[in-house]
Design a protein around this ligand. Structure first.
Ligand code: TXA
Ligand code: MG
Length: 354
């Protein structure tokens, strides 16, 4: 079934809350990416998320709630640092991993003793959580609303095109416009001795470090570590967030030359290019086999646009995608992480097709 997206309104949000309470799926806008939501405390409803996404059942889901107070009910242990982070960044693009209570089904956590919780910032998501707390559990499990391993959606239309065939009668897609952040939430593990960032995301490492140090103790800065191994974070799979085309990251100044070389070797191919807008490559990129989408040189604007461009290019059926490599600075961390994962199945830019 191909459902259509309904604009988020008081009525459609009330309908969506009812749908959730009946165990249906509701794709919802958040400020990061669109989520595929279901009642997070219902084993059956959560099972439908895994089926629709084609996601292995041991990959845990994030639970979305309307407030930090609601999040606390899902956590067996709520350390003081959780309050500091929640006060500073919720509602917003931050997920906290905490020891879970019995309330949280195994189906959500993949059997782990921890749970990911987030208070999203998008007004329609908050309104839906509020409405759902009146008619149901008020807890929405929601992974990104894409098929497993694919590119996350930041527009309702991408959800419908990517997942529509896997939804059933009574499921809904709420349209809340384009996502303002554009990459997934930053995941911070608070279940161990020290906070660890498991996935860089919409909230920067800098901002988190400022809150954790409170401008007082320098030694706390090192309290944010990169994990050595994080087995159960699906976002940490090497190849993930990937379009169907082969993706390669290239030096910005090389992109036209690499494209030309690829076309010389594979004359029948179509190649997507994501140079920076400022590169002024117009004269070099006129070949009709090239599909060019210029990208902003500011990280926030780039993140907003990234998945929309990748989803568009994916649907055009390109054979390869060349992306100008962004700078390796902290504000580009989440973008670089996603681009590297998208490119993980490629070892050199001359590899074509799949
Ligand atoms: O911005 C976001 O976080 C979006 C929106 C919809 O909220 N959601 C999202 O969900 O990105 P998903 O399922 O695509 O990615 C969630 C990540 C996965 O990599 C999962 O493994 C990890 O969170 N995760 C969830 N619970 C976890 C836990 N208890 N321990 C470690 N990682 C966990
Ligand atoms: Mg995802």
């Amino acid at each position: 079934m191909m459902p259509s997206a309904v604009p988020a309104s008081e009525q459609s949000i009330a309908d969506a809350a009812d749908a959730l309470s009946q165990g249906r799926l509701v794709a919802l806008p958040t400020e990061t990416v669109y989520g595929l939501g279901a009642d997070g405390l219902s084993v059956q409803a959560v099972g439908r998320i895994f089926a629709a996404k084609g996601r292995p059942s041991d990959h845990p889901l994030i639970l979305h709630v309307g407030s930090a107070a609601e999040a606390k009910k899902l956590a067996a242990h709520w350390p003081p640092v959780a309050d500091r982070l929640a006060d500073a960044f919720w509602p917003g693009p931050m997920t906290l991993i905490l020891k879970r209570t019995e309330l949280v089904p195994d189906a959500v956590t993949g059997g782990q003793d921890t749970v990911g919780v987030r208070v999203p910032g998008h007004p329609a998501a908050l309104a839906l959580l509020h409405a759902f707390s009146k008619v149901g559990s008020g807890v929405i499990a929601a992974p990104s609303a894409n098929r497993f391993g694919g590119v996350s959606p930041t527009r309702a239309a991408d959800v419908v095109l990517g997942l529509g065939d896997f939804l059933q009668a009574g499921d809904m897609v709420l349209d809340g416009g384009d996502c303002s952040v554009g990459v997934e939430s930053t995941i911070i593990d608070l279940s161990g001795d020290r906070p660890r960032i498991l996935r860089p995301g919409g909230l920067s490492r800098d901002a988190i470090e400022r809150v954790l140090t409170g401008g007082v103790s320098q030694s706390d800065v090192s309290s944010i570590q990169r994990p050595a191994t994080v087995p159960r974070v699906s976002g940490s799979l090497e190849s993930h967030y990937a379009p169907r085309a082969r993706v390669a990251l290239v030096q910005p100044g090389q992109i036209a030359a690499v494209a030309a070389e690829m076309l010389a070797q594979h004359p029948a191919s179509r190649i997507g290019l994501m140079p920076f807008d400022h590169q002024a490559l117009e004269n070099q990129l006129t070949d009709p086999r090239l599909v060019v989408r210029g990208m902003p040189d500011q990280a926030k604007a780039y993140a907003q646009k990234l998945y929309a461009v990748m989803n568009d290019l994916d649907r055009l059926g390109i054979d390869a995608l060349l992306v100008a490599r962004p700078p390796q600075t902290v504000e580009w961390e989440a973008i670089l992480d996603r681009l590297r994962r998208a490119a993980a199945s490629v070892d050199d830019s001359a590899t074509m097709g799949k």
